[in-house]
Design a binder for this molecule. Structure first.
Ligand code: SF4
Ligand code: SF4
Length: 262
């Protein structure tokens, strides 16, 4: 906690007029109490308690929740006068500046119903993921999927013979039974995906445009604003693969846009 508060105070030295906020969701009272105490001695740092909800970790949502400012479509947090850093980055800044130590380690959450010994582990960046899994007890059941990151947004690993990198945060290992994809059915026009979308998009329309490979239409309907949170897929009663198709289309559309083809 002290390292985090000190790291934030170092960042604030670069922006003397700015104020630093440490945002914590209300379902973590211990963290709120500990961080409030750690930040006490810094007049320009405040701990703010946020409602617990998903998604909230994306920069745009976090900025809105803390400051009420909106980042315009296609723009960066700096356009709203804000910078968002995650906890690990701030601690790494403190270690680099105050202790002259480069970023060599990460805290990684190893969890899921296939895991024998779930927990938070401190790993060295560059360590082989397969070796790490073996070292901490391996699996109690062969996993059907190993997800690098959270359950809603993390990509699947094809192989564990890869290293941890500086952005590694979690390994979620699910049993085969837990990761069976339900069969996709026709859209019943219920509108639940539209209600669920935190970016105010129309996932059902974007899904149709994706399947038609209408990249210009996808961009015109603000598909590039999709933060790939997965909320639309989660609520869809027809089990449409909404976020999955949007994610792929977004990549292609961004490439075409950059090349000036749409
Ligand atoms: S994944 Fe779905 S719910 Fe999330 S931002 Fe994209 S369209 Fe909206
Ligand atoms: S939630 Fe699913 S079924 Fe309902 S409108 Fe969206 S895509 Fe269609």
């Amino acid at each position: 906690p002290e390292e985090l508060a000190q790291g934030l105070s170092i960042i604030l030295k670069v922006f003397p007029e700015a104020k630093g906020f440490i945002a914590i969701e209300e379902n973590k009272p211990d963290a709120i109490e500990i961080m409030t105490k750690a930040a006490e001695k810094y007049s320009n740092i405040e701990v703010v308690t946020l409602k617990t909800k998903y998604p909230q970790g994306s920069e745009k949502h976090l900025i809105y929740a803390v400051s009420g400012r909106e980042v315009p479509s296609g723009k960066l947090p700096a356009n709203a006068g804000c910078i968002v850093d995650n906890v690990d980055t701030v601690v790494a800044i403190n270690r680099a500046v105050a202790l002259d130590r480069p970023l060599m380690r990460r805290i990684v959450t190893f969890t899921g119903d296939a895991v024998a010994n779930p927990g938070n582990y401190e790993i060295r960046i560059g360590m082989n993921i397969g070796e790490f899994i073996e070292k901490v007890g391996g699996f109690k059941e062969e996993p059907g999927k190993i997800i690098a990151g959270g359950p809603m947004m993390g990509p699947c690993l094809y192989s564990t013979d890869v290293p941890f990198v500086k952005t590694s945060s979690a390994l979620l290992c699910l049993t085969k039974a837990s990761c069976v994809l339900p069969e996709e059915m026709n859209c019943i026009r219920c509108g639940k995906c539209i209600e669920a979308c935190p970016m105010g998009l129309m996932p059902t329309v974007l899904n149709k445009l994706s399947l038609e490979k209408d990249y210009a239409g996808f961009c015109n309907n603000d598909g590039l604003d999709c933060i790939e949170c997965g909320s639309c897929s989660f609520v869809c009663p027809a089990k449409r693969h909404l976020a999955q198709t949007l994610r792929i289309t977004k990549r292609t559309a961004m490439g075409l846009k950059r090349a000036g083809k749409i």
